[in-house]
Design a protein around this ligand. Structure first.
Ligand code: GLN
Length: 490
């Protein structure tokens, strides 16, 4: 593997090359831009900002020449999911309705990345407004899985997962409302981390379902995730749900030692029915590895998990129907031509601007919030959410970390579930609960099945990101699944 390819493969490798002086930030940016082009067929990257990225790289190189380094990610190029705004740049959320929109300000995470010296290279492909599990509902067309371009890279942050898997950049950010970081990370063989709700500022993240949304990193390893999370985590008064608690030293948590930790296997998540062959076996093998590393493994129960998908798709769509009301053809992006009055303008702009899945969800969400149905659907979903929370409290009284598959299947062929929304929704069966409950969740690659990556999901108590990172890192010290790279394009 060439030095530059290696350096773009992980934050640790990029940092080592910069520290050794064998590569500059400018080299990394040029190489990342070239790789983005070489991998254009993946449709992972939907926009780059070469001029700004080059300027930022030069500034980082000048700092370094003076012996200054702002953080562990100074000078390293990264990509952001196309739902986090950057001042002066387009943000589309994979939707036609945001065509022409340019943000007047930067998201909290963008400010943090930039003040740490990281270089925002551009934007990654996503399902429209983060609604989906395959990145197929994007107005840019589907992103593809670098392991097998005839298959999905997962979603909705599929472009970020594919870009890190393909080594276009060493790290990317995504957002996770019901699994959109963890599921594509699992499908693409990278590490994906959804922190605790409120751990990372959502200021400047275009809202999908505000009580569930959270930003997090895609990286090669848990150690890289720890480095990036320390940069983006922390209180932001502009996001009222951001938690005013200090950020621990995540890197210090990576001791390699899991003895004394108890890992719970929820019985309901290891039932063969509905799970593709090979998935549970890989995850069980991963659990044995953690046991060999000194962790204690116990069986636990999450009795209400069978309600998770229904609960999630009621709450998420309800919140989405309200959040997406702001896209009215007046304030942002696309405005229909030839409208006769204001209602007609709203109707036409929204009809033209939104894709089918987004419309389906706005309709469903509006329905469940409507006067006659609110109690039957929305209220009951909130009650089920409370039951799920209690399940987790009880489980976490018996163990420190829960382990499940990230998804019930391997990356599926493009087009396979497009006409069957319910089958698509079932893809999220193991991931949505963490968002409903608010706890952190992380996906690491375990042993592949049928030549495709498999994700092992770890869930932790609220704000115990350090424990998850420690377990994931201990796993990666004993295995090399996360080091595997997909074939290069010919
Ligand atoms: N697939 C889920 C959905 O479509 C999760 C999406 C997400 O986490 N943004 O809502």
């Amino acid at each position: 593997m060439s030095d530059i390819r290696e350096a773009l493969g992980s934050l640790a490798a990029a940092r080592a090359a910069l520290d050794a002086g064998s590569l500059s930030a400018a080299d990394l940016v040029e190489a990342a831009l070239t790789r983005a082009q070489d991998h254009a067929a993946l449709q992972a990257v939907v926009g780059v900002r070469p001029r700004h990225a080059r300027d930022e790289a030069r500034a980082s190189d000048e700092r370094r020449a003076k012996g200054e380094r702002r953080s562990l990610v100074d000078g390293i190029p990264m990509l952001l999911k196309d739902n986090m705004v950057v001042a002066g740049e387009a943000t589309t959320c994979g939707s036609r309705i945001l065509e022409g929109f340019v943000s007047p300000y930067s998201a909290g995470v963008v400010e943090r990345l930039q003040s740490a010296g990281a270089i925002v290279l551009g934007r990654t492909n996503m399902d429209e407004f983060a609604m989906g599990s395959s990145t197929e509902s994007s107005c840019f067309g589907a992103a593809r899985n670098p392991w097998d371009p005839s298959r999905t890279c997962g979603g909705s942050s599929g472009g970020s997962a594919a870009a890190v898997a393909a080594g276009i950049v060493p790290a990317a950010l995504g957002s996770d409302t019901g699994g959109s970081i963890r599921q594509p990370a699992g499908f693409c063989g990278v590490t994906g981390f959804k922190p605790t709700y409120g751990r990372v500022s959502r200021w400047g993240l275009v809202a999908y379902a505000s009580s569930l949304d959270q930003i997090g990193p895609f990286t090669r390893s848990a150690a890289d995730a720890a480095a990036l999370l320390s940069v983006i985590a922390g209180h932001d008064p502009r996001d009222s749900t951001s938690l005013p608690v200090p950020v621990p030293d995540y890197a210090a948590a990576l001791t390699g030692d899991v003895s004394g930790l108890t890992i719970g296997m929820p019985r309901e998540c290891f039932v063969e029915e509905g799970v593709e062959p090979g998935v549970l076996e890989s995850v069980r093998e991963g659990v044995r590895e953690l046991e060999a590393a000194g962790a204690k493994v116990v069986e636990v129960s999450l009795p209400h998990s069978r309600y998770a998908i229904a609960t999630y798709y009621l709450i998420a769509t309800a919140e989405a129907s309200s959040n997406l009301a702001r896209f009215d053809g007046v304030r942002y992006g696309h405005r229909a031509e030839g409208a006769t009055d204001i209602d007609d303008l709203y109707r036409r702009s929204r009809s033209e601007g939104f894709g089918a899945e987004v419309k389906r969800r706005i309709l469903l969400g509006t329905y469940v919030l409507s006067a006659g149905y609110y109690d039957a659907y929305y209220k009951r979903a909130q009650q089920a959410r409370t039951l799920l929370r209690r399940d987790f409290d009880e489980a976490f009284a018996k163990c420190d970390v829960l382990v499940t598959p990230t998804s019930p299947e391997l990356a599926f062929p493009l087009g396979e579930k497009n006409d069957d929304p319910v089958r698509m929704y079932l893809s999220d069966i193991y991931t949505v609960t963490a968002n409903l409950v608010g706890v952190p969740g992380l996906s690491v690659p375990c042993s592949p099945a049928a030549g495709m990556p498999v994700g092992l999901q770890l869930l932790g108590r609220s704000l115990e990101e350090s424990t998850l990172l420690r377990v994931a890192d201990a796993f990666q010290r004993r295995t090399d699944h996360h080091e595997k790279r997909p074939p290069e394009p010919v």
